[in-house]
Design a protein around this ligand. Structure first.
Ligand code: ACM
Length: 537
């Protein structure tokens, strides 16, 4: 009842604003032809119908939102902030303007059955209004990214007395192909600051990512404060690849990342990699070590030499504490236990270990994810396998009825070099140029049935990168293609069409100061923000 009353009040305010706008009728603006169907949206929406007119975004535009359902008001303010970044306009949100209101952006909670998922949305743009309908604020947030992408970078100052940004009119009906649309940052090989991670989140959000997986521990570093085991960060966090000083997130800093991601409708997946990739933990607490050798800090890049002792109760008591502390500050449903490349753990010990860790993860209310090797243990079908390497393991996951996250290294690994001239990256899986990263079909990749696929994740390992610029060089533009692969349907994906839309991301990327790799396969659009790359000697 209350909700109907508030909706009615809101409708009256909006009608009032529109009447005021009609009363103060300004001369009609004659927009040049616009075409929503050729707008540079990535990921490409499910359906786009152009009506070839324009909504003039200007200082006389106001944002209204549903105010009864969680998060819609915040999405309205977020949109106002993002519009301001491009246009310097300060659009009011749910406030009556002293100016006349010419046009309205309305972010509306809707229970329409046409909205299949929480992330589904409709965006209806006419000359006078832009209406977003979604079930939840999450759907509205995804819609807002679409809206941001169709705002021109520059205003047209000749159409009206005030600067005006013509937005093409039409209808967009949209929903994600896969719910899990992720990227991983390896903050263990090289540590990245909270600010770096936030910048990465900003860009992922623009392309409708839903997951940020943080690889928080490895042989070279332990990166998250565990209060009951302080040496993990004091000792294990002190190094990184190449002998630099490492670093770690306090729990408060980790929460800051988690909260920032949540405000961008991105879920953080924490990973503690084990039983292999555990040298930094074992140096901190040598009783954990199971490889029979004396442990010391490690700054190299070889893999597969470390293991926990899988037959000691104290090791599981330690893991229980780690999973408990991290789960308590992780609102998302997942905990990633790694499980890859445990080359010095005996097979039976590995199975025993994964079985035990799965129970601990469940005890703390999380759903376990692991790299594809975990399927060799006796885990149940609630666990999720991340397919990075072994087709045999992926097939076994399907047989067990498990969901699979697709991260095939030769397509989805962001740390693979683009080609032999790439400044950073490795090529053990393949050289992955921008077209190859995009041209594959997750829906039936390696014969995995679509219904088993939870989504796609593009991991960025950090053996060869230590700065945000280097991170961006490897991640972009390929991570943009993975966004389209995981959101857009197969019928809506086409390299020829995509590469034009990608070329037109340059103004956004430049404005965000993203040092993307300017692949020669793309005819990058010049922008007023273009930077000249400073050559390092
Ligand atoms: C991995 O690349 N070792 C998962």
């Amino acid at each position: 009842m209350k909700s109907i009353l508030i909706k009615t009040i809101l409708a009256v305010i909006i009608m009032g604003a529109l009447v005021a706008c009609a009363e103060n009728k300004k001369p009609e603006i004659n927009f040049p032809p616009t075409d929503l169907s050729v707008a540079n949206m990535i990921p490409k929406p499910l359906k786009t119908i152009a009506t070839n007119n324009a909504f003039g975004l200007d200082q006389f535009t106001t944002i209204y939102t549903s105010q009864t359902d969680n998060g819609f008001v915040e999405v309205g303010h977020y949109l106002s902030d993002k519009i301001s970044e491009v246009t310097k306009l300060n659009l009011l949100v749910n406030e009556k303007s002293e100016n006349t209101v010419d046009r309205i952006i309305y972010i509306n909670q809707s229970d329409s059955t046409d909205l299949a998922t929480n992330e589904s949305y409709q965006l209806y743009i006419t000359k006078d209004s832009a209406i977003i309908n979604s079930k939840t604020a999450e759907g509205a947030f995804r819609a807002v990214q679409t809206f941001r992408q169709i705002i021109p970078e520059s205003s047209n100052d000749t159409l009206a007395e005030q600067p005006i940004w013509p937005i093409p009119t039409g209808k967009i009906i949209d929903a994600p192909n896969f719910e899990y649309r992720g990227s991983m940052l390896d903050v263990a090989r090289h540590f990245f600051s909270v600010e770096d991670v936030k910048k990465y989140i900003d860009i992922l959000a623009y392309y409708k990512y839903s997951i940020l997986h943080l690889h928080l521990s490895d042989d070279q570093g332990w990166r998250i404060e565990i209060k009951s085991w302080p040496k993990l960060t004091e000792v294990g966090g002190s190094t990184e690849v190449g002998g630099e000083s490492g670093g770690f997130y306090t729990q408060e800093e980790y929460k800051e990342i988690v909260d920032y991601a949540a405000a961008n409708y991105i879920t953080v997946v924490p990973e503690i990699d084990m039983p292999g990739h555990t040298n930094a933990a074992s140096v901190s607490y040598p009783f954990l070590n199971g490889n029979g050798k004396k442990v010391k800090l490690y700054e190299g890049t070889h893999v597969g030499f470390s293991t926990f002792d899988t037959r000691k109760d104290t090791v599981y008591a330690f893991i229980d504490d780690v999973v408990r502390e991290i789960s308590a500050i992780t609102p998302g449903p997942y905990f990633h236990m790694g499980g890859d490349e445990s080359h010095v753990t005996k097979k039976n010990d590995y199975i025993h270990f994964v079985n035990k860790v799965e129970k601990i993860v469940k005890k703390y209310g999380k759903r376990m994810i692991g790299w594809d090797e975990i399927v060799t243990a006796d885990i149940d079908n609630q666990a999720i396998a991340q397919f990075w390497s072994s087709k045999e393991n992926a097939d076994m996951a399907v047989k067990k009825g498990m969901k699979v996250i697709l991260s095939p290294a030769k397509k989805a690994y962001l740390d693979m070099q683009y080609d032999s001239l790439s400044k950073h990256g490795l090529h053990w899986a393949a050289f992955v140029p921008v077209d190859s990263a995009y041209i594959w079909t997750p829906e039936n990749y390696e014969g995995i049935p679509t219904e088993n696929i939870l989504g796609i994740e593009a991991p960025l390992w950090s053996e060869t990168i230590s700065t945000i610029d280097e991170l961006e060089y490897l991640a972009f533009p390929r991570a943009i293609g993975h966004a389209e692969l995981s959101w857009s349907t197969q019928e809506n994906r086409d390299w020829g069409n995509y590469k034009v839309r990608l070329a037109n991301q340059a103004p956004y990327l430049d404005r965000m100061d993203v040092k993307y790799y300017p692949s020669k396969l793309i005819d990058w659009k010049k922008s007023k923000y273009s930077y000249t790359e400073i050559k390092k000697d």
